[in-house]
Design a protein around this ligand. Structure first.
Ligand SMILES: [Zn+2]
Length: 458
């Protein structure tokens, strides 16, 4: 299929790294020195920061000084280029650190009175834990987040409605970021569709910051009602995959007339760490100088080069974090590194998320990420809403075909006799496995979505 005229225009006009229709003369790169430097320069910057950080860890972290000793690392200094000598840190390791010395954990590296902000994690795997920040940590998160959201195309002349709450989660840090960029902010918080619709009708914002699930839900609603509202310039999605899946993204773009792109972060590292520029060619790494990223093989965890086409798990090390620094943290996201130079001028690597390691399942030897199913199901719009999830019996990673999948449909399509079979055939041809589709009405699928769980365990 040929690319539409509007897609072509988006790409051509985005070469300058700004949104279609943005005629301002601001530099579209927030931190030009860091974001355009080559690999050698980035390594030198990171290595210098790491030398100080390694000392900080050895002197102030009971958790890491013990782990380094246990791994046989007794040297007074380990160069960043030798960081693979240090052990990985998993989510379970951090949980253990909290159990040792709650609530902050034995990895807290500063006196408690220096902690000036505390976020909580959503506790997907058990009890919530806390993320502590010193004033310097707060500023670093804001600096990285500012590069990220500015890269997405948000400038000071934009008016941003955000559906991210100020707390308890780290997404609330975006309020500091928007202030630093200098945008107008319209805070709404999660799940308040009426306030978002009011803002759309009143034309008080041109940029929507939300989850792809909510943007999709809003677009479905507007499409169904046929209501004409003010067009948007920009929808920035985050918190879950979707904004980079064409079947999801293109639908939201068509209804809102906005450019849709995505950002991504990791609570334990930085809440906004990767930002896709208006060229829509994957998310740029925005943490230069503060976070060091490695890539490892998803199965063997052997180091891999970060180069176009590579697929692996990203591993993160804080270079400047004071309160709760982590070393070689296994992020759990399996990504693909995107190729080619980007027209925006950033030299940082770009990536797309393939899926969460925990969500992956194996069908007859083939690894499958549930987000790939969204890409197929989305093509059946408007007969489907765009939401779908895999039903996983037991805790094993292997699923015997046919793979049970629930697909959300509007009430008027619940009795669509041929639909399930058509989706099963599309999944068979595009993802190569057999599935069994169950159509589920919106009322039965669960809360109309702020976030969508891609897997339902039974
Ligand atoms: Zn770019």
């Amino acid at each position: 299929m040929g690319r539409s005229v509007s897609d072509t225009l988006t790409r051509v006009e985005a070469i300058g790294g700004r949104l279609r229709g943005d005629a301002c003369d601001a530099d579209p790169i927030w931190d030009r020195e860091v974001e355009t430097e080559n690999h050698e320069q980035a390594l030198a910057r990171a290595s210098a920061a790491w030398r100080t950080q390694f000392r900080h860890l050895k002197e102030s972290s009971a958790f890491y000084s013990r782990r380094f000793r246990d791994a046989g690392v007794t040297a007074s200094q380990v160069d960043l280029k030798d960081i693979k000598r240090l052990p990985f840190t998993s989510k379970a390791d951090l949980k253990q650190a909290v159990d040792e010395d709650p609530p902050f954990g034995s990895n807290l590296c500063v006196p408690r009175e220096r902690v000036k902000r505390i976020y909580q994690t959503s506790g997907t795997s058990g009890t919530p834990s806390v993320l502590a920040l010193t004033p310097s940590d707060i500023d670093t998160w804001t600096a990285i987040g500012t590069r990220t959201y500015y890269a997405s195309g948000i400038h000071d002349h934009h008016s941003v409605l955000t559906t991210f709450g100020a707390g308890p989660f780290v997404a609330g840090h975006t309020y500091f970021v928007l202030s630093r960029i200098g945008s107008r902010v319209v805070p709404v918080g999660p799940g308040d569709t009426d306030r978002v619709l009011f803002g759309l009708r009143a034309g008080i914002f041109d940029t929507l910051m939300t989850t792809p699930s909510f943007a999709q839900y809003l677009s479905n609603r507007l499409e169904k009602s046929g209501e004409k509202v003010h067009p948007l310039a920009h929808v920035v999605t985050g918190g879950e995959p979707g904004g980079g899946i064409p079947a999801v993204r293109d639908h939201i773009q068509r209804i809102t007339q906005a450019t849709v792109n995505e950002v991504m972060g990791i609570g334990d590292i930085a809440p906004s760490l990767f930002g896709e520029c208006p060229a829509q060619m994957g998310m740029h790494f925005c943490g230069g100088g503060h976070v060091w990223v490695e890539m490892v093989h998803p199965d063997t965890r052997e180091p891999m080069a970060i180069e176009p086409g590579a697929q692996g798990e990203l591993v993160y090390t804080h270079l400047t974090r004071e309160a709760m620094p982590v070393v070689r943290f296994l992020g759990g996201d399996i990504v693909r590194i995107e190729g080619g130079p980007c027209g925006c001028g950033r030299a940082t690597f770009r990536m797309r998320i393939l899926g969460r390691r925990d969500d992956m399942f194996i069908v007859l030897g083939v690894n499958v990420y549930p987000s790939a199913i969204l890409a197929v199901v989305g093509d059946f719009r408007p007969r489907v809403t765009g939401r779908a999830r895999v039903v996983r019996p037991g805790s094993g990673v292997g699923i015997e075909p046919p793979v049970p999948i629930e697909v959300e449909v509007g009430d008027d399509h619940a009795g669509d006799a041929g639909l399930a079979g058509e989706i099963e055939r599309a999944i068979r041809s595009r993802l190569t496995f057999r599935s069994r589709i169950e159509l589920v009405k919106e009322a039965d699928f669960g809360e109309a979505g702020y976030k969508t769980r891609l897997v339902r365990k039974v």
